[in-house]
Design a protein around this ligand. Structure first.
Ligand code: APR
Ligand code: ZN
Ligand code: ZN
Length: 373
């Protein structure tokens, strides 16, 4: 593949477990169905860390980042969805609109769009082909993606906030609205209050949940959870979580329990805090190596529902404009999710801060030189 001659700075992970290295990469020529986007901002999501560490299997070398927004600067000759100058949010699950799942309204399970994106030409570094990380590669000054991965949004919303729609808000709010179908007055417990869990809390508030119990092991996360609509908080590190959630939900447990960590023990917790006949929604992205066990008896006797949840059952074309509009109106507090604005060169420290529980979200803001503004 010969490159476009267009070089940009990006955070490359050369192999599983290796750090993010800021390097000049060469973008491929913009193909007929491709869109080149000048990134304005990219959130730093836990799934990128899970891919870098190998918890979630992926292909290397790669440029990660999947929660981004920017401005279209070039489109291929067959592109009809967007034009240069459009503000866009990227989706890591582009819908092909023709596969079994797309035709049944389950675009988040599309098996064609992401596969095409991962196999398509994206960029090279030092002559070596790079994989477009999670299909989007937003940890770079520019990205090149198939047109199905960009959704045009209202340009009046700051792109630093619109970026969060691309994963945290789509996943978290979508889990409540499209996966669980939470109804007004419901009781909800949320285990894990990072960027995604806080978005679940906001979705539950917007859905009219009556009681929203936030569970985390970091006190600062619980404070943020309250500001986003949690009506009660439980500290995993010092409290009996199941007893505490029951105390807030009439002694029965919650109608809905959302797991937003991706670990066996928190999946067990989300199941345990749900009432008999209630629903546990598994939002966190876990490892293929980690097993969760349930007794045959408990699964039967309590008649609980356990739902897997990919990307909040999001259809980006349907949902992104709605979420961006709620951000514009202030009905969704996106600014409250942003703990730090950082430069691309700070990405390794951003993941350290995430693991240390210091941040809800770090957001990379790309200035002209990719550094802090
Ligand atoms: N009990 C309670 N809270 C916990 C526990 C636990 N045992 N372990 C971790 N947490 C909390 C952390 O303190 C943190 O606030 O879970 C939160 C996870 O947040 P982030 O690391 O910011 O992750 P986030 O980006 O929100 O993603 C959460 O969703 O999309 C997936 O891959 C993603 O699996 C990840 C999950
Ligand atoms: Zn499809
Ligand atoms: Zn994500």
């Amino acid at each position: 593949m010969s490159g476009s001659g267009r070089t940009v700075r990006a955070a490359v992970v050369h192999e599983v477990g290796a750090p993010f290295v800021i390097e000049e990469i060469e973008l491929a020529p913009t193909g007929p169905h491709d869109v080149r986007v000048k990134m304005a901002a990219s959130g730093v999501c836990h799934s990128d860390l899970s891919v870098q560490k190998g918890t979630i299997p992926f292909l290397f070398p790669t440029v990660l980042g999947h929660e981004g927004a920017g401005v279209v600067i070039e489109v291929g000759e067959a592109v009809t969805r967007v034009a240069p100058g459009d503000h866009v949010v990227l989706t890591w699950m582009p819908a092909c609109r023709r596969c079994f799942w797309c035709l049944r309204g389950q675009a988040m399970l599309c098996e064609v769009g992401l596969a095409e994106s991962l196999s398509g030409a994206y960029a090279t570094v030092g002559g070596t082909r790079l994989v477009r990380g999670l299909g989007t590669a937003t940890f770079g000054e520019e990205t090149l993606v198939p047109e199905g991965e960009v959704v045009r949004v209202d340009p009046s919303v700051p792109l630093e906030l619109a970026a969060l729609v691309g994963c945290a808000l789509a996943t978290g709010v979508g889990a409540v609205w499209h996966t669980a179908h939470v109804t007004p007055g419901s009781t909800v417990a949320v285990v894990g209050c990072g960027g995604v869990g806080l978005s679940v809390i906001q979705g539950a508030r917007l859905a009219g949940a009556g009681t929203i119990v936030a569970v985390d092991q970091v006190a600062a996360k619980l404070d943020t959870a309250k500001s986003m609509g949690a009506t009660a908080v439980v500290d995993w590190s010092s409290e009996d979580v199941v007893a505490a959630v029951r105390a807030h939900t009439g002694g029965r447990g919650a109608d809905f329990g959302f797991e937003v960590v991706g670990r066996a023990e928190t999946i067990r917790t989300a199941f345990a805090v749900v009432r008999r006949g209630g629903t546990a929604v598994l939002v966190g992205a876990g490892s293929p190596a980690e097993q969760v066990s349930f007794s045959a008896f408990e699964l039967f006797v309590d008649a609980k529902t356990v739902i897997g949840c990919v990307y909040g059952s999001t259809d980006a074309d349907r949902d992104f404009p709605v979420l961006v509009d709620l951000v514009r109106q202030g009905a969704i507090d996106a600014e409250g999710l942003v703990t730090r604005r950082i430069g691309l060169e700070d990405v390794n420290d951003a993941f350290r801060a995430m693991e240390a529980g210091e941040v809800a979200r770090s957001v990379i803001v790309y200035g002209d030189d990719g550094r802090k503004r």
